[in-house]
Design a protein around this ligand. Structure first.
Ligand SMILES: Cc1cc2nc3c(=O)[nH]c(=O)nc-3n(C[C@H](O)[C@H](O)[C@H](O)COP(=O)(O)OP(=O)(O)OC[C@H]3O[C@@H](n4cnc5c(N)ncnc54)[C@H](O)[C@@H]3O)c2cc1C
Ligand SMILES: NC(=O)c1ccc[n+]([C@@H]2O[C@H](COP(=O)([O-])OP(=O)(O)OC[C@H]3O[C@@H](n4cnc5c(N)ncnc54)[C@H](O)[C@@H]3O)[C@@H](O)[C@H]2O)c1
Length: 476
């Protein structure tokens, strides 16, 4: 019997949307099932875009960027700040939802509303609110149901002042004090955002360092910037008890014996795969202990016609990689040859204040691989555009293989870091060398021009390769 569809996609977040339209573009009959009211997933409703919009609004309302430039202290109006924060976030959400709806529509992909679960390997039942369940068959499936915040049982999430990364966006007032557990990407981003809004933030991290995937030097620069912003960072620390104390707020008792009271408590210590409703294991699909779907290099599960992509398969769990994984999965499923794999050169953008971004190897990774390397740095304070915008702390750091002169790592901290890193990414992908940056002409004045001076800085450390320098750096 023919199937209803060639591809049924479960979940309309970044992975589901891009996987669905990829197959439809090449003429496949595709539908997408979504249980939320609107498409977009965590990226649009609870994660990427709302948090980045909050960041921009926080920077604007706090006058953070202008403080040092004009010597103007912006007085934050605490009561007005929250409605402004929320309305901007909602406006961006609505625009993005409209874009996704239009993208699905123009590719002829219907969105079926309801919670999906498998009833056999080729049939999904969609439980519709207020209507009878509907059964849909498909030749191929893409599971793109994402993830949800990890909620340990000993944290009282039923208290209105105890949040996870989904509910923190529903704030109705700015707290004076906030305790955040988890020094991962979410914890660090929200810590700096709320600190910029003059909330006194304490960040608790169980390990000895924040964001251990960052180059150590850049991680330390970020830690210093967070301290300057007023964030208190407690490393090697865990909570042993979290509870409301009437008249005081939320009290966190730490393993060090310290008791920390705050108006708000945010638990941001990891996520788990949203697979509970799908009945995947009964089909033979393997999950790990956090509920993440196990896939092979082509994003295929143990059941060959069921693919999975995005947050539901775990690391790196980014909107950027989720979209690309879904495209690759669909290309593999239907034999489209134009795309076979996700690039091995993946950038990371962390939207803390200041922004941090990286691609390629850190110094520590070079040392682990016993790679002889050369580092070059350029500082925004020495860059004309950096002076104009008043960012004194920004740094571009480039790492080159000493033998081949090829760029192996690019690390940026400061304004526009997550945009600038793509210059490094393009050079990495093209196997460019230190000389690539020396030859390039950059617009002036730009932050991008700092790449040239980071390369000159490295060049001076390569040794006598360009004659005998008369000054410390050949970048005249
Ligand atoms: C606070 C925060 C900030 C972030 N910031 C960034 C960032 O700056 N950059 C970045 O790249 N990434 C960021 N991320 C990560 C990014 O949001 C995710 O990687 C991305 O949303 C994953 O996309 P996805 O399609 O796999 O899953 P999701 O976006 O989670 O979408 C899954 C969809 O499936 C639906 N669904 C679930 N179960 C079912 C079911 N049984 N039936 C039907 N539908 C179902 C859900 O309703 C949802 O719409 C952030 C995440 C958080 C939480
Ligand atoms: N800019 C971005 O790309 C961006 C932004 C936000 C989120 N995300 C994605 O969202 C995902 C989840 O982020 P996250 O920050 O929740 O998770 P994470 O896994 O990145 O970090 C969690 C942190 O919490 C710590 N931790 C865990 N349990 C703890 C405890 N009991 N006490 C103290 N510390 C504890 C861990 O050591 C870890 O450092 C990530 O995979 C990330 O890719 C990406």
């Amino acid at each position: 019997m023919p199937f209803d569809y060639d591809l049924l996609v479960l979940g309309a977040g970044p992975a589901g949307e891009k996987g669905a339209v990829q197959a439809a573009y090449f003429g496949k009959r595709v539908a997408i099932v979504e249980c939320a009211k609107e498409p977009g997933g965590a990226a649009v409703h609870t994660g990427t875009l709302p948090s980045k919009t909050l960041r921009e609004t926080a920077l604007f309302l706090s006058g953070y960027r202008q403080r040092d430039l004009y010597g103007v202290e912006v007085n934050l109006h605490r009561e007005l700040a929250v409605p402004k924060l929320l309305s901007r976030k909602d406006a961006v959400r609505d625009l993005e939802v409209a874009r996704i709806r239009w993208n699905l529509e123009r590719h002829g992909v219907p969105m079926l509303k309801g919670i999906a679960r498998f009833v056999d390997p080729h049939t999904v039942e969609v439980a519709q609110c207020g209507g009878p369940p509907r059964r849909i068959t498909s030749e191929v499936f893409l599971v793109a149901t994402g993830s949800k915040p990890h909620q340990p049982e000993d944290i009282p999430f039923d208290d209105e002042d105890v949040d996870d990364s989904d509910t923190v966006l529903l704030i109705d007032r700015l707290p004076k004090t906030m305790t955040i557990v988890g020094g991962g990407v979410i914890g660090c981003e929200y810590a700096t955002m709320f600190a910029a809004l003059q909330v006194k933030v304490t960040l608790i991290e169980g390990r000895g360092r924040l964001l251990p995937f960052l180059d150590l030097e850049m991680g330390e620069r970020l830690r210093g910037a967070m301290n300057s912003l007023g964030v208190t960072i407690l490393l090697d620390t865990k909570t042993t008890k979290v509870a409301r104390v009437p008249g005081v707020g939320i009290r966190s008792t730490l393993n060090t014996g310290v008791m920390l009271d705050s108006d708000k408590f945010l638990f941001a210590a990891g996520r788990s795969g949203r697979t509970g409703e799908l009945h995947l294991e009964s089909l033979g699909v393997k999950l790990d202990k956090r509920g993440y779907v196990q896939v092979d290099g082509d994003y295929r599960t143990a059941v060959p016609h069921i693919y999975a992509a995005g947050d539901v398969i775990g690391f790196p769990a980014l909107a950027s990689t989720s979209m690309e994984q879904a495209r690759v999965a669909v290309c593999h499923a239907f034999g489209f040859t134009y795309k076979r794999q996700v690039s091995c050169v993946l950038p990371f953008g962390i939207y803390t204040i200041p922004e941090v971004s990286c691609v390629g190897l850190s110094e520590e990774a070079c040392n682990e691989q016993e790679l002889d390397y050369v580092v070059g740095r350029a500082f925004y304070r020495d860059n004309a555009r950096g002076k104009i915008i008043g960012d004194k702390d920004g740094v571009i750091k480039l790492i080159f293989d000493r033998k081949t002169r090829v760029l192996v790592g690019c690390h940026c901290i400061g304004d526009r870091a997550s945009e600038l890193v793509h210059i490094g990414q393009a050079v990495l992908l093209g196997k460019g060398t230190v000389d690539t940056f020396i030859e390039m002409v950059f617009n002036y004045p730009t932050l991008a021009e700092a790449f040239k001076y980071a390369a000159y800085d490295a060049l001076a450390r390569f040794g006598a390769t360009i004659g005998q320098p008369k000054t410390a750096s050949p970048a005249m």
